[in-house]
Ligand binder design. Structure first.
Ligand code: PGA
Length: 251
């Protein structure tokens, strides 16, 4: 690699929080980040869309980035309940998660749709965090690498580069379960993702590949030191300032 990219520690709040909670949590993390001088890690908070304003106000100029959890493929239009990528950018976002397994499962999103969402994000100058990952059945069947690489090829927009794309490998069976793959299994998948990114994107060795799925303070250091793991996408542990900060410190 031509020097490792700056690690990205992203918090996916999912459907949790309130105005007060958002101000407290984001404010606490912003204070720590500012006190820390920004450091060698980038921190990203992805709250529910309604809380972006509070989180934006709370993080202020600390350097903590904010992002959405999903976006629509269209620039605007008759899509009740949906949010356009440009609206997220307008709300201060630099990133948007697309293709999270919960969206793929709850809303039937497939690779082609995820790719279109990632393209819409890039068009709005947001960096999509494209999520991919195998189910437990697929892992048990020995097809994890194949499944993940097929999702990667199907979900990443053509013409992506190190500055316009983040990939998150999140085994579905590790999300919210307290279970994680072994370091060797994580390394195998991340190495395979890196090989493909090097082939299909520009400066593919600089595209950040996050690991997600039950990342906690207790396992973060071990996971974040695996080669080709360039950060983490954190769910449950991102809802506690101490835990999320401890994970960022491990990077
Ligand atoms: P978890 O969620 O950290 O609670 O397992 C990760 C995610 O879904 O992004």
């Amino acid at each position: 690699m031509t020097g490792s990219p700056k690690p990205l520690i992203a918090g996916n709040w999912k459907m949790h929080g309130s105005e007060v909670f958002a101000a407290d949590l984001a404010g606490s993390l912003a204070d720590r980040m500012a006190g820390h001088g920004g450091g060698g890690v980038e921190m990203l908070l992805c709250p529910p869309a309604l809380l972006l304003g509070s989180v934006r106000a709370a993080v202020g100029a600390s350097g903590v980035a904010i992002g959405g959890q999903d976006c629509h493929v269209a620039e605007q239009g008759a899509h009740t309940g949906d949010i356009a990528a440009a609206m997220l950018a307008d709300a201060g976002c630099g990133y948007v998660i697309v293709g999270h397994s919960e969206r793929r499962a709850d809303h039937g999103e497939d690779d082609a749709l995820v790719q279109s969402k990632a393209e819409a994000a890039q068009a709005a100058k947001l960096v999509p965090v494209v999520c991919i990952g195998e189910t437990l059945d697929q892992r048990d069947a020995g097809t994890a690498v194949e499944v993940v690489i097929s999702q990667l090829r199907g979900s990443v927009p053509e013409g992506s580069s190190a500055s316009t794309l983040v990939v998150a490998y999140e085994p579905v069976w590790a999300i919210g379960t307290g279970r994680t793959p072994t370091p060797a299994d994580i390394a195998e998948i991340h190495d395979a993702i890196r090989d493909v990114l090097t082939a299909i994107t520009t400066q593919g060795d600089g595209v950040r590949i996050l690991y997600g799925g039950s990342v906690k303070p207790i396992n973060a250091a071990e996971i974040l030191t695996i080669e080709n793991v360039n950060g983490a996408l954190v769910g449950g542990a991102s809802l506690k300032a101490d835990d999320f900060w401890a994970i960022a410190q491990s990077a």
